[in-house]
Design a protein around this ligand. Structure first.
Ligand SMILES: [Zn+2]
Length: 340
């Protein structure tokens, strides 16, 4: 079975965008908030939005299950206040729940959190609990920078985050570290901001004692771990120079990278330097990099192809990347058989 651990609902019904535009405008201009009850999204519309996109690509590429969350760039934690963020998160999470209910063998839910700049992450615990206990979700996307590009939140190793980690452990769910849309004009959202955040958080983690305090905390750093695999020697050297253990020991059962690296040499490098036990298959489709590579004629985000062709991987390695590691990290994932 092939589990894609990183997919977003980027083909949402259009009334969701109408609502969010009105909500954003109301938050800025202190106008009347739009009514949540007036949102119109039918099951047929949801089916249609997936059949020609995520489901079609699952079938074409031969993947089985996508661990699915709301559009990451749409989380917009910097927009409005905590109340706005909570309402928006609940709407987006309820929509993911509808997707999973319509296609229980193709999708498993991961939630967006109602984070807001300057607000303690602890406050996101209740929505996480609702999503896990009431909606059956198996993880969350945790934003290290709710400011949307200004990186002014405490490092993820700071005690500021601890009560939220305690909630994750209580509920037995991992978090994917994932920023949202960027409002800092110096950074492109998917081209630089995402990778900058990934790289930043890895660096915070390797110099900290976070996993001594939380030995079972599981964090996924997406987009192939940002710049980390390419600069493995730099990170390893800095860790050792600071009397930290080897990176593979630090990562161990706590830090995982995905395979959202959109070319063969990138996957070859990733699988060569990062321990196989710490790599989860993912494509982030339909999302960050759409379209065909004119040199190969293949989709950039058809990452299964790269893993299939990666140099030096055994069948057992591939089984771990495609399924085994995801089952270990997402321990609440109970779906056993492929949808096909
Ligand atoms: Zn993503």
């Amino acid at each position: 079975m092939i589990i894609d651990c990183h997919g977003h609902y980027t083909t949402e019904p259009k009334d969701l965008h109408r609502f969010r535009q009105e909500q954003t405008k109301a938050a800025k201009d202190k106008l009347q908030m739009p009514s949540k009850a007036a949102l119109k999204m039918s099951d047929d519309e949801i089916r249609e939005s997936l059949e020609g996109a995520q489901l079609k690509l699952q079938r074409e590429r031969g993947t089985d299950l996508t661990i699915f969350s709301p559009r990451a760039s749409g989380m917009g934690h910097h927009i409005g206040d905590e109340r706005v963020s909570l309402e928006w998160s609940q709407i987006c999470n309820d929509l993911i729940h509808r997707v999973v209910s319509l296609y229980p063998n193709n999708f498993a839910g991961v939630c967006q959190l109602p984070q807001s700049p300057g607000v303690a992450p602890k406050n996101s615990g209740a929505e996480l609990e609702r999503c896990v206990k009431e909606l059956g979700f198996i993880g969350c996307n945790l934003n290290p920078d709710p400011s949307g590009g200004y990186f002014n939140a405490p490092p993820m190793t700071d005690k500021w985050w601890y009560p939220f980690y305690e909630k994750m452990i209580e509920l037995d769910v991992p978090a994917m570290i994932h920023v949202s849309g960027c409002c800092n004009p110096a950074q492109h959202t998917t081209g630089s901001y995402y990778l900058n955040a990934d790289t930043m958080v890895f660096m915070q983690l390797i110099l900290s004692d976070l996993f001594k305090d939380f030995p079972t905390l599981k964090l996924i750093i997406p987009h192939g771990g940002g710049a980390v695999p390419f600069h493995w020697g730099r990170f390893r050297g800095i860790a050792l120079n600071n009397n930290r253990p080897e990176l593979d020991r630090i990562m161990s059962n706590n830090i995982f990278f995905d395979t959202c690296v959109y070319h063969q040499p990138g996957i070859d490098l990733l699988t060569k330097v990062v321990p196989i036990d710490n790599i989860l298959f993912a494509s982030e489709m339909v999302g960050a990099v759409k379209g065909l590579d004119p040199r190969t004629g293949q989709y950039f985000d058809d990452t299964k192809r790269y893993v299939d062709q990666a140099q030096g991987l055994t069948a057992a390695d591939k089984q771990k990347i495609f399924e085994g590691n995801a089952r270990k990290v997402f321990s609440r994932l109970k779906i056993k058989s492929p949808a096909r």
